[in-house]
Design a protein around this ligand. Sequence first.
Ligand code: ADP
Ligand code: MG
Length: 310
Amino acid sequence: MLLDIINLKAHFPTQDGMVKAVDCVDLSLGERERLGLIGETGCGKTVLGMSIIRLLQPTTMIEGQILFKGKDLLKLSEEEMRRNRGKEIAMILQNPTTSLNPVLKIGDQVAEAIQLHQGLNKKEAKEKAVEMLESVRIPEASKRANQYPHELSGGMKERAMIAMGLACNPTLILADEPTKGLDTETKAQIVELLKKMTERKSMLIITHDLGVAGQICDRIAVMYAGELLEEASSEAILNRPAHPYTQGFINSLPVKGLLPIRGSSPSLIDPPQGCKFHPRCDSAVEICRTKHPEMVNLGNGHSVRCHLCH
Ligand SMILES: Nc1ncnc2c1ncn2[C@@H]1O[C@H](COP(=O)(O)OP(=O)(O)O)[C@@H](O)[C@H]1O
Ligand SMILES: [Mg+2]
Protein backbone atom coordinates (compact mmCIF):
# COMPACT_ATOMS: atom_id res chain seq x y z
CA MET A 1 0.00 0.00 0.00
CA LEU A 2 1.16 3.50 -0.78
CA LEU A 3 -0.81 5.05 2.05
CA ASP A 4 -1.97 3.30 5.21
CA ILE A 5 -3.90 5.34 7.71
CA ILE A 6 -4.23 3.48 11.00
CA ASN A 7 -6.57 4.47 13.82
CA LEU A 8 -6.23 8.17 13.04
CA LYS A 9 -7.70 10.77 15.37
CA ALA A 10 -7.64 14.52 14.82
CA HIS A 11 -9.29 16.40 17.67
CA PHE A 12 -9.56 20.15 18.22
CA PRO A 13 -9.70 21.45 21.78
CA THR A 14 -12.29 24.26 21.95
CA GLN A 15 -14.06 26.20 24.71
CA ASP A 16 -17.13 23.99 24.30
CA GLY A 17 -15.15 20.76 24.44
CA MET A 18 -13.14 18.49 22.18
CA VAL A 19 -14.25 18.54 18.52
CA LYS A 20 -13.61 14.98 17.33
CA ALA A 21 -13.37 15.82 13.63
CA VAL A 22 -11.58 12.58 12.74
CA ASP A 23 -12.15 9.68 15.11
CA CYS A 24 -10.46 6.31 14.62
CA VAL A 25 -10.20 6.25 10.85
CA ASP A 26 -8.51 3.35 9.04
CA LEU A 27 -8.02 3.88 5.33
CA SER A 28 -5.60 2.54 2.71
CA LEU A 29 -4.73 3.65 -0.78
CA GLY A 30 -2.82 1.53 -3.27
CA GLU A 31 -0.45 2.62 -6.02
CA ARG A 32 -2.39 3.98 -8.98
CA GLU A 33 -5.63 3.85 -7.07
CA ARG A 34 -8.12 6.69 -7.00
CA LEU A 35 -10.16 6.73 -3.84
CA GLY A 36 -13.13 8.98 -3.19
CA LEU A 37 -13.87 10.21 0.33
CA ILE A 38 -17.49 11.31 0.49
CA GLY A 39 -19.84 12.60 3.16
CA GLU A 40 -21.96 15.57 4.18
CA THR A 41 -20.39 18.94 4.91
CA GLY A 42 -18.72 19.01 8.32
CA CYS A 43 -18.10 15.25 8.64
CA GLY A 44 -14.29 15.64 8.75
CA LYS A 45 -13.14 15.11 5.15
CA THR A 46 -10.94 18.20 4.89
CA VAL A 47 -9.45 17.60 8.34
CA LEU A 48 -8.51 14.07 7.26
CA GLY A 49 -6.82 15.44 4.12
CA MET A 50 -5.03 18.16 6.06
CA SER A 51 -3.79 15.56 8.56
CA ILE A 52 -2.13 13.59 5.75
CA ILE A 53 -0.28 16.61 4.40
CA ARG A 54 0.18 17.90 7.96
CA LEU A 55 -1.25 21.36 7.50
CA LEU A 56 -3.44 21.46 10.61
CA GLN A 57 -2.84 24.02 13.32
CA PRO A 58 -0.25 22.87 15.91
CA THR A 59 -2.82 22.72 18.74
CA THR A 60 -4.67 19.86 16.98
CA MET A 61 -4.39 16.59 18.88
CA ILE A 62 -3.40 13.96 16.35
CA GLU A 63 -3.02 10.28 17.17
CA GLY A 64 -2.53 7.14 15.13
CA GLN A 65 -0.32 6.45 12.14
CA ILE A 66 -0.21 7.74 8.58
CA LEU A 67 2.18 5.41 6.78
CA PHE A 68 3.29 6.72 3.41
CA LYS A 69 5.61 4.32 1.58
CA GLY A 70 5.95 2.60 4.95
CA LYS A 71 7.09 5.71 6.84
CA ASP A 72 4.91 7.43 9.44
CA LEU A 73 4.30 10.99 8.24
CA LEU A 74 3.28 11.99 11.76
CA LYS A 75 6.83 11.25 12.94
CA LEU A 76 8.62 13.40 10.33
CA SER A 77 10.12 16.73 11.34
CA GLU A 78 8.54 19.87 9.89
CA GLU A 79 11.59 20.23 7.62
CA GLU A 80 11.29 16.66 6.28
CA MET A 81 7.58 17.18 5.77
CA ARG A 82 8.18 20.41 3.86
CA ARG A 83 10.44 18.51 1.45
CA ASN A 84 7.63 15.98 0.87
CA ARG A 85 4.92 18.54 0.27
CA GLY A 86 4.26 19.23 -3.38
CA LYS A 87 6.79 16.67 -4.50
CA GLU A 88 5.66 13.41 -2.85
CA ILE A 89 2.24 14.51 -1.64
CA ALA A 90 0.38 17.46 -3.13
CA MET A 91 -2.95 18.87 -2.08
CA ILE A 92 -5.29 20.67 -4.41
CA LEU A 93 -6.96 22.83 -1.77
CA GLN A 94 -10.66 23.46 -1.37
CA ASN A 95 -11.77 26.86 -2.70
CA PRO A 96 -9.35 28.34 -5.27
CA THR A 97 -10.58 31.87 -4.58
CA THR A 98 -9.08 31.87 -1.10
CA SER A 99 -6.22 29.46 -1.78
CA LEU A 100 -4.62 31.32 -4.68
CA ASN A 101 -2.53 34.35 -3.80
CA PRO A 102 -4.51 37.35 -5.10
CA VAL A 103 -1.42 39.53 -5.70
CA LEU A 104 0.67 36.97 -7.60
CA LYS A 105 0.27 36.22 -11.30
CA ILE A 106 -1.03 32.72 -11.99
CA GLY A 107 2.10 31.72 -13.91
CA ASP A 108 4.35 32.88 -11.06
CA GLN A 109 2.36 30.87 -8.51
CA VAL A 110 2.72 27.69 -10.53
CA ALA A 111 6.41 28.50 -11.20
CA GLU A 112 7.01 28.97 -7.48
CA ALA A 113 5.69 25.48 -6.77
CA ILE A 114 7.96 24.08 -9.49
CA GLN A 115 11.09 26.01 -8.52
CA LEU A 116 10.88 24.90 -4.91
CA HIS A 117 11.42 21.24 -5.79
CA GLN A 118 12.88 20.85 -9.24
CA GLY A 119 16.04 22.94 -9.04
CA LEU A 120 15.11 24.98 -12.11
CA ASN A 121 16.00 28.65 -12.47
CA LYS A 122 13.28 31.27 -12.61
CA LYS A 123 13.03 31.40 -16.39
CA GLU A 124 12.90 27.61 -16.78
CA ALA A 125 10.32 27.33 -14.03
CA LYS A 126 8.17 29.97 -15.72
CA GLU A 127 8.35 28.05 -19.01
CA LYS A 128 7.41 24.84 -17.24
CA ALA A 129 4.53 26.68 -15.54
CA VAL A 130 3.13 27.74 -18.92
CA GLU A 131 3.43 24.11 -20.07
CA MET A 132 1.50 23.00 -16.99
CA LEU A 133 -1.22 25.60 -17.64
CA GLU A 134 -1.43 24.28 -21.21
CA SER A 135 -1.69 20.71 -19.96
CA VAL A 136 -4.77 21.59 -17.89
CA ARG A 137 -6.15 23.14 -21.06
CA ILE A 138 -6.14 26.78 -20.12
CA PRO A 139 -6.48 28.51 -23.50
CA GLU A 140 -3.76 31.02 -24.40
CA ALA A 141 -1.75 29.78 -21.44
CA SER A 142 1.22 32.13 -21.94
CA LYS A 143 -1.11 35.13 -21.80
CA ARG A 144 -3.12 33.73 -18.88
CA ALA A 145 0.12 33.09 -16.96
CA ASN A 146 0.52 36.86 -16.68
CA GLN A 147 -2.93 37.40 -15.24
CA TYR A 148 -4.00 37.61 -11.61
CA PRO A 149 -6.51 35.15 -10.05
CA HIS A 150 -9.40 37.66 -10.13
CA GLU A 151 -9.08 37.87 -13.91
CA LEU A 152 -9.90 34.15 -14.25
CA SER A 153 -13.29 32.42 -14.15
CA GLY A 154 -14.05 29.82 -11.46
CA GLY A 155 -13.32 26.96 -13.82
CA MET A 156 -10.01 28.50 -14.95
CA LYS A 157 -8.98 29.07 -11.33
CA GLU A 158 -9.71 25.41 -10.54
CA ARG A 159 -7.60 24.42 -13.56
CA ALA A 160 -4.75 26.59 -12.26
CA MET A 161 -5.06 24.88 -8.84
CA ILE A 162 -4.83 21.49 -10.52
CA ALA A 163 -1.78 22.64 -12.53
CA MET A 164 -0.13 23.75 -9.29
CA GLY A 165 -0.95 20.48 -7.55
CA LEU A 166 0.42 18.37 -10.38
CA ALA A 167 3.40 20.63 -11.13
CA CYS A 168 6.00 18.43 -9.42
CA ASN A 169 4.51 15.14 -10.51
CA PRO A 170 3.61 14.06 -6.96
CA THR A 171 3.25 10.40 -5.97
CA LEU A 172 0.02 11.10 -4.11
CA ILE A 173 -2.53 13.76 -4.95
CA LEU A 174 -5.10 14.96 -2.43
CA ALA A 175 -7.88 16.89 -4.13
CA ASP A 176 -10.34 18.65 -1.84
CA GLU A 177 -13.73 19.48 -3.40
CA PRO A 178 -12.29 20.25 -6.85
CA THR A 179 -15.75 20.82 -8.34
CA LYS A 180 -17.46 22.75 -5.55
CA GLY A 181 -19.27 25.88 -6.72
CA LEU A 182 -18.83 25.16 -10.42
CA ASP A 183 -21.76 25.13 -12.87
CA THR A 184 -22.77 21.79 -14.37
CA GLU A 185 -20.86 22.21 -17.62
CA THR A 186 -17.64 23.44 -16.00
CA LYS A 187 -17.93 20.67 -13.43
CA ALA A 188 -18.13 18.04 -16.16
CA GLN A 189 -15.01 19.51 -17.79
CA ILE A 190 -13.04 19.50 -14.53
CA VAL A 191 -14.08 15.91 -13.82
CA GLU A 192 -12.89 14.88 -17.31
CA LEU A 193 -9.62 16.77 -16.84
CA LEU A 194 -8.89 15.30 -13.40
CA LYS A 195 -9.72 11.83 -14.62
CA LYS A 196 -7.34 12.16 -17.57
CA MET A 197 -4.52 13.83 -15.65
CA THR A 198 -4.54 11.31 -12.81
CA GLU A 199 -4.67 8.13 -14.87
CA ARG A 200 -2.25 5.63 -13.32
CA LYS A 201 -1.70 7.98 -10.38
CA SER A 202 -2.73 7.77 -6.76
CA MET A 203 -5.36 10.23 -5.66
CA LEU A 204 -7.59 10.78 -2.69
CA ILE A 205 -10.45 12.92 -3.88
CA ILE A 206 -12.55 14.54 -1.20
CA THR A 207 -16.04 15.48 -2.28
CA HIS A 208 -19.61 15.79 -1.06
CA ASP A 209 -20.60 14.90 -4.64
CA LEU A 210 -21.08 11.17 -5.05
CA GLY A 211 -21.50 11.57 -8.81
CA VAL A 212 -18.03 13.10 -9.12
CA ALA A 213 -16.47 10.34 -7.00
CA GLY A 214 -18.29 7.67 -9.02
CA GLN A 215 -16.94 9.03 -12.30
CA ILE A 216 -13.31 9.32 -11.23
CA CYS A 217 -12.67 6.77 -8.49
CA ASP A 218 -12.00 3.05 -8.28
CA ARG A 219 -13.13 2.91 -4.67
CA ILE A 220 -15.26 5.06 -2.41
CA ALA A 221 -15.13 5.50 1.38
CA VAL A 222 -18.14 7.06 3.10
CA MET A 223 -17.46 9.28 6.11
CA TYR A 224 -19.99 10.26 8.78
CA ALA A 225 -19.34 12.30 11.92
CA GLY A 226 -15.60 11.69 11.91
CA GLU A 227 -15.58 7.98 11.09
CA LEU A 228 -15.94 5.72 8.08
CA LEU A 229 -19.26 3.88 7.70
CA GLU A 230 -18.72 2.05 4.46
CA GLU A 231 -16.03 1.34 1.92
CA ALA A 232 -16.22 -0.54 -1.37
CA SER A 233 -15.63 -0.31 -5.10
CA SER A 234 -17.39 2.69 -6.64
CA GLU A 235 -19.62 0.29 -8.53
CA ALA A 236 -20.75 -1.44 -5.31
CA ILE A 237 -21.28 1.82 -3.41
CA LEU A 238 -23.44 3.22 -6.21
CA ASN A 239 -25.40 0.06 -7.00
CA ARG A 240 -25.40 -1.97 -3.79
CA PRO A 241 -24.94 0.44 -0.89
CA ALA A 242 -25.22 -1.51 2.37
CA HIS A 243 -25.30 1.20 5.04
CA PRO A 244 -28.59 3.06 5.57
CA TYR A 245 -26.62 6.32 5.52
CA THR A 246 -25.05 5.55 2.14
CA GLN A 247 -28.47 4.52 0.84
CA GLY A 248 -29.91 7.80 2.08
CA PHE A 249 -27.01 9.74 0.58
CA ILE A 250 -27.69 8.16 -2.81
CA ASN A 251 -31.42 8.87 -2.56
CA SER A 252 -30.62 12.52 -1.94
CA LEU A 253 -28.90 12.82 -5.33
CA PRO A 254 -30.78 14.93 -7.90
CA VAL A 255 -31.12 11.95 -10.28
CA LYS A 256 -32.75 9.90 -7.51
CA GLY A 257 -35.28 12.56 -6.65
CA LEU A 258 -33.48 14.71 -4.07
CA LEU A 259 -34.92 12.88 -1.08
CA PRO A 260 -33.00 14.28 1.88
CA ILE A 261 -31.97 12.22 4.92
CA ARG A 262 -34.09 13.39 7.83
CA GLY A 263 -32.43 15.23 10.71
CA SER A 264 -29.01 16.82 10.62
CA SER A 265 -25.38 15.86 11.22
CA PRO A 266 -24.61 15.18 14.89
CA SER A 267 -22.37 17.17 17.18
CA LEU A 268 -18.72 16.15 16.94
CA ILE A 269 -18.17 17.19 20.55
CA ASP A 270 -20.84 14.92 21.96
CA PRO A 271 -21.81 12.42 19.23
CA PRO A 272 -24.68 9.95 19.79
CA GLN A 273 -23.93 6.76 21.72
CA GLY A 274 -24.00 3.48 19.84
CA CYS A 275 -24.09 3.96 16.08
CA LYS A 276 -23.53 7.66 15.41
CA PHE A 277 -26.15 7.54 12.66
CA HIS A 278 -28.92 5.87 14.69
CA PRO A 279 -30.97 9.04 15.49
CA ARG A 280 -31.47 9.56 11.74
CA CYS A 281 -31.83 5.93 10.75
CA ASP A 282 -35.28 4.51 9.93
CA SER A 283 -34.04 0.94 10.49
CA ALA A 284 -32.49 1.51 13.93
CA VAL A 285 -33.19 -1.07 16.64
CA GLU A 286 -32.17 -1.28 20.30
CA ILE A 287 -28.55 -2.40 19.77
CA CYS A 288 -27.95 0.57 17.44
CA ARG A 289 -28.64 2.93 20.34
CA THR A 290 -26.29 1.21 22.77
CA LYS A 291 -23.39 -0.47 20.96
CA HIS A 292 -20.95 1.19 18.61
CA PRO A 293 -20.72 -1.06 15.53
CA GLU A 294 -17.37 -2.31 14.22
CA MET A 295 -16.38 -2.14 10.58
CA VAL A 296 -17.16 -5.59 9.15
CA ASN A 297 -15.93 -7.01 5.85
CA LEU A 298 -18.80 -8.36 3.73
CA GLY A 299 -16.39 -9.82 1.18
CA ASN A 300 -15.07 -8.47 -2.14
CA GLY A 301 -13.46 -5.53 -0.34
CA HIS A 302 -16.84 -4.23 0.80
CA SER A 303 -16.82 -3.13 4.45
CA VAL A 304 -19.63 -1.64 6.46
CA ARG A 305 -20.15 -0.34 10.01
CA CYS A 306 -23.76 -1.34 10.77
CA HIS A 307 -25.35 -3.87 13.12
CA LEU A 308 -28.08 -4.62 10.59
CA CYS A 309 -25.91 -5.32 7.56
CA HIS A 310 -24.49 -8.75 8.44
N1 ADP B 1 -9.57 24.39 13.68
C1 ADP B 1 -10.70 23.86 14.07
N2 ADP B 1 -11.16 24.00 15.34
C2 ADP B 1 -12.31 23.45 15.73
N3 ADP B 1 -13.11 22.72 14.92
C3 ADP B 1 -12.72 22.56 13.65
C4 ADP B 1 -11.50 23.11 13.15
N4 ADP B 1 -11.38 22.78 11.85
C5 ADP B 1 -12.47 22.05 11.55
N5 ADP B 1 -13.27 21.93 12.63
C6 ADP B 1 -14.53 21.18 12.71
O1 ADP B 1 -14.29 19.87 12.29
C7 ADP B 1 -15.41 19.34 11.59
C8 ADP B 1 -14.99 18.76 10.27
O2 ADP B 1 -14.62 19.81 9.39
P1 ADP B 1 -14.18 19.55 7.90
O3 ADP B 1 -13.13 18.49 7.86
O4 ADP B 1 -13.81 20.86 7.32
O5 ADP B 1 -15.52 19.00 7.23
P2 ADP B 1 -15.79 18.64 5.70
O6 ADP B 1 -14.55 18.90 4.92
O7 ADP B 1 -16.22 17.21 5.70
O8 ADP B 1 -16.93 19.54 5.27
C9 ADP B 1 -16.40 20.49 11.46
O9 ADP B 1 -17.38 20.32 12.46
C10 ADP B 1 -15.57 21.71 11.73
O10 ADP B 1 -16.34 22.72 12.31
MG1 MG C 1 -14.19 20.25 3.37
